[in-house]
Design a protein around this ligand. Structure first.
Ligand code: PGA
Length: 250
């Protein structure tokens, strides 16, 4: 069975609640699609208004981060059950900005992945190499290591249902998209890693996105590569271009 494409917006730290509602309204007619799943991953404070605003559409809502406990003395954090209660279905885990600025390591991210599954949230697990790593020729080894560490203890049924986003750090927010061949090479390698951890059936089911300066121009070729099942989109997710990315086939 062919995998369904999935295009997720990663809003990052953008959009106040009122701006978020307005953006959802602007995008509403543009992101309609019968064959692409659309997700808005939004700042915590925007979750409730965005869940409300997408009612009646097929768009699902995700969070950009979560903590690994249900409740307690963790000032400033947000729990998986808060996310599900608010209407989230997805959660981004291990974005390179969280790894870099908030020092989240693979052991911690593995806990987050397991916790998300425990609460029925679908993780969008991010991985990716730096420019130095790419130039040193260690990209595939590095990503293999990230995926293996982050997926420890995950069952194959869980893995089959999740999303992995390959985001080369040098391509994020830089306007430098990886070429379709570069992106395909790594997404294919990720699928092989998943096959190695679980089996080929799981690897065929898991959805792997490319992220890093995806725009309306680059999406069609990227998303037509055999192992790229859609994209995780930052900057362009805040603009009408997002509709063109979702409808990249037209
Ligand atoms: P970008 O961000 O599309 O703005 O490069 C992608 C991401 O960080 O998820």
């Amino acid at each position: 069975m062919a995998r369904r494409k999935v295009v997720a917006g990663n809003w990052k730290m953008n959009m106040t609640p009122s701006e978020a509602k307005a953006l959802v309204e602007t995008l509403k007619p543009l992101v309609e699609s019968n064959d692409v799943d659309v997700i808005y991953c939004v700042p915590a404070i925007d979750i409730v208004p965005v869940v409300e605003a997408v009612k009646g559409t097929k768009v699902e809502v995700g969070a950009e981060n979560m903590y690994i406990e249900e409740k307690g003395a963790f000032t400033g954090e947000i729990s998986p059950n808060m996310l599900t209660d608010a209407g989230c279905k997805y959660v981004i885990i291990g974005h390179s900005e969280r790894r870099q600025y908030f020092k989240e390591d693979d052991a911690f991210l593995n806990k987050k992945v397991l916790k998300a599954f425990e609460h029925g949230l679908v993780p969008i697990l991010c991985c990716g190499e730096t420019l130095e790593q790419r130039e040193a020729g260690v990209t595939l080894d590095w990503i293999n290591l990230q995926i293996k560490s982050d997926l420890q203890g995950v069952t194959k049924e869980q893995a089959a249902s999740m999303i992995i986003a390959y985001e080369p750090i040098w391509a994020i927010g830089t306007g430098k998209t990886a070429t379709s061949e570069q992106a395909q090479e790594v997404c294919c390698a990720i699928r092989k890693t998943v096959a190695g951890i679980f089996d080929t059936d799981t690897a065929e089911k898991i959805r792997i996105q490319y992220g890093g300066s995806v725009n309306a121009k680059t999406a069609p070729e990227l998303f037509s590569m055999p192992d790229i099942d859609g994209g995780l989109v930052g900057g362009a997710a805040l603009k009408p271009d997002f509709g063109q990315i979702v409808n990249y086939r037209n």
